[in-house]
Design a protein around this ligand. Structure first.
Ligand SMILES: *[C@@H]1O[C@H](CO)[C@@H](O)[C@H](O)[C@H]1NC(C)=O
Ligand SMILES: *[C@@H]1O[C@H](CO)[C@@H](O)[C@H](O)[C@H]1NC(C)=O
Ligand SMILES: *[C@@H]1O[C@H](CO)[C@@H](O)[C@H](O)[C@H]1NC(C)=O
Ligand SMILES: *[C@@H]1O[C@H](CO)[C@@H](O)[C@H](O)[C@H]1NC(C)=O
Ligand SMILES: *[C@@H]1O[C@H](CO)[C@@H](O)[C@H](O)[C@H]1NC(C)=O
Ligand SMILES: *[C@@H]1O[C@H](CO)[C@@H](O)[C@H](O)[C@H]1NC(C)=O
Ligand SMILES: *[C@@H]1O[C@H](CO)[C@@H](O)[C@H](O)[C@H]1NC(C)=O
Ligand SMILES: *[C@@H]1O[C@H](CO)[C@@H](O)[C@H](O)[C@H]1NC(C)=O
Length: 441
């Protein structure tokens, strides 16, 4: 099966002969869902899917929120597969109702980003994948303009840009571009805030956090720590020299050392092992991130869901990853986006960070390290504030902590790994209600 994926992933990346460029939007019979393609550049088609919340409250002092969800990866960054069906959408992978769906608090807009991921596609693989975060951002702004500017319903909503994992980098750059496009009138929307969900904002800080964290937890020993530190230092020199592609290669070496010295710790949950049969594949753990039940996802997205959506080109096979997209972004992958977070704060955009306690890839230790690098004038006040404990429902167990100063907020979610709503759905739903100031009860 693994081989089949690789084959299909290759097939999809090496050029789809897509003839009919005209694909518009469709909606479900009751109008509660809408989806479509936007041609963001010639021959580059981005897929979006909007769920309207049945819990919408009108007549409140706060506008109804809409959450734009950007997935992680690339690869494996399909917002539809991971964000929607595995984390926060109305239905789970078995097409059963998800009790803690974020639709209870907001509308949801899933976008397959960048083009080449999931149901989004390009007609020429040799030149149309994005090479930088900014390229992806430009495509996303084009999509938002197409989706929002002709929809007075959406324009009344408060738009929150959520980015998980690598999607966090896109959320930061898109937050800035969307802010500017709204300001100059090209995008008709209201920006509520930017939310960084276990996000890859500072690759250097995450890579440096891994070995010390795992050493303290007995998961690696001093030898592993030393090997990793040597490579991390090498990576830092490459980053400082602006050699981002080399730093990318060194990052992969660090990952191998961590995997090997820990007997394959899971990067999405450092209390677990990588949940797969390592003897049958050469794929590295990173490719498994966020992708549980891969066969089920694959069958669902190429079966029932593509049938329902109707507009997915026949020749396009949904795949969990696209290495072509990943490789195309190689020069940007290791670039930090701390400065963009600073810029958002300086502009007065509300920024919320949340992090799962047992995430290794985008560890809380790494997130705290880059937060301390912010130049934002409120930083010292933010750091010196005490945290508030969080509970969920009637349970008196501590579920997390929260603190906030001016427009920076941080949620620490206990027991959660890389994909917080998947691990801790109850507290995640409360949190999203608070972040978006949802008028829903
Ligand atoms: C909403 O508020 C307006 C004016 O404040 C009122 O006329 C209208 O009946 C309200 N609608 C609902 C559904 O409460
Ligand atoms: C379903 O979600 C609601 C809303 O958050 C919660 O109050 C309820 O306890 C949940 N039910 C179950 C069975 O988890
Ligand atoms: C959407 O487009 C149509 C046709 O171009 C136009 O008549 C209508 O006013 C637009 N609606 C909004 C909300 O911009
Ligand atoms: C508006 O802002 C966006 C985002 O920064 C930019 O791409 C676009 O060129 C601007 N348009 C005008 C008319 O200034
Ligand atoms: C992995 O670790 C084993 C010992 O635990 C060592 O023999 C092997 O060379 C290591 N492989 C890599 C790729 O580091
Ligand atoms: C892992 O792969 C080996 C070799 O193909 C096989 O014998 C074993 O049953 C597999 N284990 C699991 C848990 O799938
Ligand atoms: C905080 O964000 C709000 C919008 O969400 C903005 O109106 C306000 O000016 C910002 N405050 C600061 C101190 O930047
Ligand atoms: C910013 O977001 C936090 C939640 O993340 C919220 O508590 C706060 O009220 C928001 N601030 C503004 C000005 O909207």
């Amino acid at each position: 099966m693994a081989k089949l994926y690789v084959f299909l992933a290759t097939l999809i990346c090496i050029g789809i002969l897509f003839h009919d460029g005209k694909v518009g939007a469709l909606s479900s019979e009751d109008g509660s869902e809408e989806w479509g393609y936007v041609q963001v550049r010639p021959k580059a088609h981005m897929f979006w899917w909007h769920y309207k919340s049945p819990y919408r409250v009108e007549n409140s002092s706060e506008p109804w929120p809409i959450i734009l969800w950007l997935g992680g990866g690339p690869p494996g960054g399909s917002a539809v597969a991971i964000g929607n069906f595995q984390e926060i959408g109305p239905l789970d992978l078995d097409l059963k109702q998800r009790n803690f769906t974020w639709l209870r608090k907001a509308d949801l807009l899933f976008v397959e980003n960048p083009v080449g991921i999931g149901y989004s596609f390009v007609e020429d693989y040799t030149s149309l994948f994005v090479k930088t975060d900014e390229d992806a951002t430009t495509d996303l702004v084009t999509l938002l303009i197409k989706v929002f500017n002709n929809d007075s319903f959406l324009q009344k909503c408060n738009l929150f840009i959520f980015g998980e994992s690598y999607g966090g980098k896109f959320a930061a750059t898109l937050g800035l571009s969307a802010y500017k496009a709204i300001k100059n009138g090209t995008l008709k929307a209201k920006l509520g805030g930017v939310v960084l969900a276990d996000s890859w904002i500072s690759p250097e800080d995450y890579v440096f956090s891994w070995a010390p964290l795992l050493k303290d937890l007995s998961r690696i020993d001093d030898n592993g720590l030393q090997k990793s530190n040597i490579l991390a230092e090498k990576m830092k020199q490459q980053l400082d020299a602006g050699e981002f592609s080399n730093a990318f290669d060194t990052w992969k070496e660090v990952e191998d050392v961590i995997s090997n010295s820990s007997n394959y710790v899971s990067f999405t949950d450092f209390m677990a092992d990588v949940g797969r049969n390592l003897s049958t594949t050469k794929k590295r753990s990173f490719f498994e991130i966020s992708m549980r039940r891969k066969d089920d996802v694959y069958n669902l997205l190429n079966g029932a869901i593509r049938k329902k959506l109707k507009i997915i080109p026949k020749i396009l096979m949904w795949t969990p990853w696209c290495e072509g997209v990943f490789n195309s972004l190689k020069g940007d992958f290791m670039k930090p986006r701390i400065a963009e977070v600073d810029e958002l704060l300086a502009l007065g955009v509300n920024v919320t960070i949340y992090n799962g306690q047992v995430d290794l890839l985008c560890s809380t230790k790494g997130t705290e390290a880059w937060v301390k690098k912010l130049k934002w004038s409120g930083l010292q006040n933010f750091l010196s504030k005490d945290r508030t404990p969080l509970y969920c429902g009637s349970e008196r167990k501590t579920k997390g902590f929260f603190k906030s100063y001016e427009n920076l907020s941080f949620y620490w979610i206990l027991n959660a790994g890389h994909n917080v709503p998947l691990f801790e759905p109850c507290i995640a739903l409360n949190m999203v209600g608070a972040i978006t100031k949802s008028p829903a009860p």
